[in-house]
Design a protein around this ligand. Structure first.
Ligand SMILES: [Zn+2]
Length: 361
C-alpha cells in the first residue's frame, strides 16, 4: 500500500491510500477556495454532565446533491470535486464542515461566562471523511475483502495520527448509511471524529469495566464475550480471532457487536491476522444484516476504541453495527422513552434477531 499526503486549495489535508505501491498522484487542487477557518465550540451541560458540540456553519453543508454534483466522486476534466484525482482506492480528507477542528492558535482553558455554571471551550479536534471507493453507486457491503483491508489500514493510520494531536481524548471511526439515518451524501463514505472529551457512552463503559474489575479482578469485555460464547444463542458468526453476536440487551431491532478474542485497545493494536479475518467477517455480518429484511438497510457502523490517554486496559476494541429498520417499510424512531429518558424498548428479541441473521444469506 502507498500513502500520499497533499493539501486541498483551502489548506485542508487529503491522504490517498493506494493499493498499488506505484500509484502516481498529481497533488494540485485547481479550485479557488478561501482558507479553511472555522471555529466550532463545545458547551458543558452541567445538568447531564456532558459536553455538547456547536457548529452552526454545518447548516450550510451540502445536502443530498444530484449524483453528477457529488463532491466525493473523482474530479473530471470539466468538474473539480473535493478529490483532485481521476480515480482513487481509499482517500481520507478533512471534513469541510467539521463538528471539531484543529485551531490555528493553541486552545485555552475552559472559558467561563459571567455565570460559573455556563462553561464553554473551543471545539478542538478534527473531523475527517473516509471515501471507501471511487464508485458512487457502490456500498461498503459491496467492497472486496481486499478493499475492506485497505479501509482498515486507513482507520489504523488515522487513529495513530489523530491520537497524537493535542487535546484529543478519543477517536471514533464510523459509517452512517442511508437517508433514513441522515446521510447527506450518497457516495460510499464514513467519518472519523477526534473528540476533545470522552463521549458519554465511553465514560459509562469505563465506569462499568472499572466496577467489574473491582468486583472480580477481570476484564468486563473478556467476560461478556466468554458468556456469549458459552450461551451461543445470540452468536451470528465466528472466526478463529473474532466473534459476532447480538448483545443480550440489544437496543436496536438489528444490532451486532463484533469482538476480537484477544484484548486490544484500538485498531492500531490489531495483528496482521486479526485485520485479515476482520476484512471478511465484517462483510459477512453486514451482508447478513442487509439480507434480513427485503428492503434497504439504513445502518450505523461504530468502532468503539479505548480512550487515547487513559484506561486503555479497560475498554476492548469492538464494532457495533445496528439498524433502525424493524421490518420492510418500517423504521424504529427514537421517541419519548429513548430520546427523553434514554430508556430503550426493542421490538425484536435478541435471540430472534440472531436467528434471522444466522439464517440470512
Ligand atoms: Zn460520488
Amino acid at each position: 500500500m502507498k500513502k500520499t499526503h497533499a493539501r486541498l486549495a483551502d489548506g485542508r489535508e487529503i491522504i490517498y491510500f493506494d493499493e498499488s505501491d506505484y500509484a502516481a498522484r498529481d497533488l494540485s487542487d485547481p479550485r479557488e477556495l478561501s482558507p479553511f477557518r472555522l471555529r466550532p465550540t463545545v458547551r458543558y451541560d452541567v445538568v447531564q454532565d456532558e459536553w455538547v458540540g456547536l457548529a452552526d456553519f454545518r447548516q450550510d453543508r451540502t445536502y443530498l446533491p444530484p449524483d453528477d454534483q457529488c463532491p466525493l466522486c473523482p474530479s473530471t476534466a470539466s468538474r473539480s470535486t473535493e478529490i483532485p484525482a481521476q480515480s482513487y482506492d481509499v482517500v481520507v480528507l478533512e471534513n469541510r464542515f467539521p463538528s471539531f477542528a484543529t485551531m490555528a492558535e493553541a486552545a485555552g482553558p475552559d472559558e467561563t461566562l459571567s455565570e460559573p455554571l455556563l462553561r464553554w471551550q473551543s471545539g478542538v479536534g478534527r473531523c475527517e471523511v473516509v471515501c471507501f471507493t471511487a464508485d458512487h453507486d457502490s456500498s461498503f457491503s459491496a467492497l472486496t475483502p481486499g478493499r475492506v483491508r485497505t479501509v482498515i489500514e486507513a482507520w489504523v493510520d488515522r487513529t495513530v495520527g489523530l491520537s497524537a494531536l493535542p487535546h484529543v481524548e478519543q477517536i471514533f471511526c464510523f459509517e452512517n448509511r442511508g437517508e433514513e439515518i441522515g446521510v447527506t451524501l450518497a457516495h460510499p463514505h464514513g467519518q472519523i471524529y477526534a473528540y476533545p472529551f470522552l463521549t458519554p457512552r465511553t465514560r459509562r463503559m469505563l465506569d462499568s469495566a472499572c466496577a467489574h474489575r473491582g468486583r472480580t479482578g477481570r476484564n468486563l469485555f473478556a467476560d461478556v464475550l466468554a458468556a456469549e460464547q458459552r450461551s451461543g444463542d445470540r452468536i451470528v458468526a465466528r472466526g478463529a480471532l473474532w466473534t459476532a453476536f447480538v448483545p443480550f440487551a440489544a437496543r436496536w431491532p438489528l444490532e451486532v457487536h463484533v469482538y476480537p478474542h484477544r484484548h486490544v485497545p484500538d485498531l492500531p493494536a490489531l495483528s496482521d491476522d486479526e485485520r485479515a479475518e476482520l476484512s471478511w467477517l465484517y462483510l459477512d455480518v453486514l451482508r447478513r444484516m442487509e439480507a434480513v429484511f427485503d428492503d434497504t438497510l439504513p445502518y450505523i457502523a461504530a468502532w468503539h476504541q479505548a480512550p487515547v490517554r487513559i484506561d486503555r486496559d479497560l475498554v476492548r476494541l469492538h464494532l457495533q453495527l445496528f439498524s433502525i429498520r424493524r421490518g420492510p417499510g418500517r423504521l424504529k424512531y427514537l421517541a419519548g422513552s429513548e430520546s427523553a429518558m434514554g430508556a430503550f424498548v426493542n421490538d425484536i428479541t435478541p435471540e430472534r434477531a440472531a436467528r434471522l441473521l444466522r439464517e440470512a444469506r
